[in-house]
Design a protein around this ligand. Sequence first.
Ligand code: KG4
Ligand code: ZN
Length: 353
Amino acid sequence: MRVLGIETTCDETAAAVVRLRPDGSGEILSDEIMSQIAAHAAYGGVVPEIAARAHVEIIDTLIARALAKAGLSAKDLDGVAAAAGPGLIGGVMVGLMAGKGVALATGKPFIAVNHLEAHALTARLIASVGFPYLILLASGGHTQILAVKGVGDYIRLGATMDDAVGEAFDKTAKLLGLAFPGGPAVEAAARRGDPDRFHLPRPLVGRPNADFSLSGLKTAIRQAAEAAAPLRPRDVDDLCASFQAAIVDVVEDRMRMGLKLFRERLGIAPRAVVAAGGVAANEALRQALERLCGEAGLPMVAPPPKLCTDNGAMIAWAGIERLRLGLKDELNAPARPRWPLDPKAECALNNKA
Ligand code: KG4
Ligand code: ZN
C-alpha cells in the first residue's frame, strides 16, 4: 500500500509518499518539505495570509517532486491523504483541495487526516509500538497528554489551560531577541547557559492532574529578563537554560501524573511512552522522558526531530493507518480549523488543546 500525504496546516508545505510493508512497518519513499520560516521571520510568528499564499505557490511542485522521488506516478498510489485540520484555515484548504484534486483525477481513495492524529501515530511509522500508549503531544499550537487506545480512539488526560509548550519557547525567544521559531534557538542558547542562575516557577507541579499552565512562567521570565537588563549574551544563555530547565521539570512531572491517570483510567500500563510534535525535538526534554520511562520500566519512543516537526510522511502514514482499517472520506470532507482528538474532553475554557 502506497499513500501520498499532504501537509499545509501551519508554516510548512510538505508532501511525501509512504509505503506499508507486508510486515506492517512503514517505509518513507519520499519526504519533500518547504519551510516558510524566512517569510514569517520578520513578524516573529506565523502570518496566516502569508502562509496560505506560500502554500498555493509551491504545493503542486512538492507533490510532483514527492511522486518523482518515490519513482511513482499518481496512478500507482493506493490512496491520497491530506491534513484537513486543525490549523490555519487558509492553509488547510490549500492542501485539502490539492489532495482531493489528485484523488478525483486518479479515482483513488481520499483520506482527510487529523494533523494531531498524524503526530500521535508517527511513533508507529518508525517503531513497532502497540496500542495503548501514553503520548505527550507538544507543538506550537497544542499541548496535551493522551492515552492512544487505537486509530481514532483517544482519551485526553491533560492539556494546557493557556500557552502551548512550543508557544512558550517561541515567546521566550522573541522576548530575548532570538530567531524564530524559538524552540531550536532557545535550546542552542540553553546548552551554553547556567540553568540554576534564575529561579523560575514550575506551574502546577505536584497537582493531581496532568494539565499545564505556562502563562505564569512566561511572566516570570519576562520579569527576570527586565531585572537583568541590559542583557549580555551570557545573560540570554542563562535565561534560556533556566527557562528550559523549568519547562523540562514541568513536562516530566505532568507526564508522571499522565502515567498515573493512564493506569487509573485504562486499568493497564501503557505499552510505551511517546513524545510527538515539534517540541519533542528538544534533547533535554527527551532525556527527561527517558529518565521517567527508565523509572517506570517502559520503552520511550520519540521520532527523529525531522519527523517531530510538521512533515508530509506523518500525514501519509496516518492515511495508511486509516485506509488499512477501511476508513476513507468523501470528497466533500470539510477543512476544520478546530478538530479535537478527544471531543468528550473538550473544555470551553481551553482553546489550546
Ligand atoms: O509540530 P510543529 O512543527 O508545528 C505545529 O504544529 O505547531 O511544532 C513547532 C513548534 C514551535 O513552537 C517550535 O518552537 C517548537 O515546536 N520546537 C521546539 C524545538 N524544535 C521545534 N521546541 C523546543 N525545542 C526544540 N528543539
Ligand atoms: Zn504539528
